[in-house]
Ligand binder design. Sequence first.
Ligand SMILES: [Zn+2]
Length: 325
Amino acid sequence: MALPRIDNLEITKVTEDILLVHQIKQPFFFSCCDGLLVLPKNGRNLKTISLDLNIEQEYVNLLNEVYGPISDYICTHSHLDHICHVHAWEEVGTTIHAPLPEASFLLDLHNFYLGFGFDEGLDYSTVKEFANLNGYQKSKQVKAFTPGETLKFDDFRLETISFQGHSKAHIGFLLSNEKVFHISCLGFDKPDPETEGFGPWYGFKETSISQYLEDINKAEEIFLQRAKFLTSSHSYIVENPDISPFDYMRKKVSNNQEKVDNALNDSNNTHTSEDDAVQHLLDMDLFFPKSRLKGVIYEIYRFWESWIIRKHIQRSSVFNTLYPP
Ligand SMILES: [Zn+2]
């Protein structure tokens, strides 16, 4: 079947009846993510299923005209770029599923605010303004499931794989019969093979770099043993046995560690505590160009970066040598 042409959407076949969809121009940095459409197939699913395709309402409506009815939508975790526009799928009659413990974040932004620990550093109004910039609207009803569960829709089997380093709920999808593995937001975020992204993201208190590294190994093993195609939320399709996404992610994490270690080394033993070191390194704009940011954007990036820096300080042999506990 020929693919429809929809302005501002890039639609690519992963297999004959599974499509990767990407919204090209996006309203803001954390508004959208790529996802999969599993088209109906005899003996599998009777209606189209949408996997974590968080794009603006007008595109949801256009896809629904071509591929609808869409029976189910499965969200991978509740970061903003995965929940802003999910309400649009609900409005075309789709049942929304989301993993615990973040399923309720789709229903109320205040759950999102508390759930990710924003309350430890930011006012609710800041987070609300940032969510509004990204077009967040809440969903009305969500069916929760546990990461690791296998979901079934007619005869379509969807294994959910827990990758907790990124967020407690965060999952990948293994479409085992179709040999497609969607690693969601694990950190393979290169727009094309030549362009770098940010890499693995761990800017909340609940994230863990050591868990992240385990997740990357686990994902690599699943890909090599059980899948032919690798897709993710912010990148292109990769084919087995190309393991460059996993090497890329590990490299990004180790480069980040090096940045923090170098900054600690350069600051000549002047920190009195971990908090003090975090504050000092934050002012150096190691990860985000915060000196060029303003208002809520500045505050949000500073909050995220404080966790990224703290996670690396806690793993830093430089810091532990300079400042024995
Ligand atoms: Zn995420």
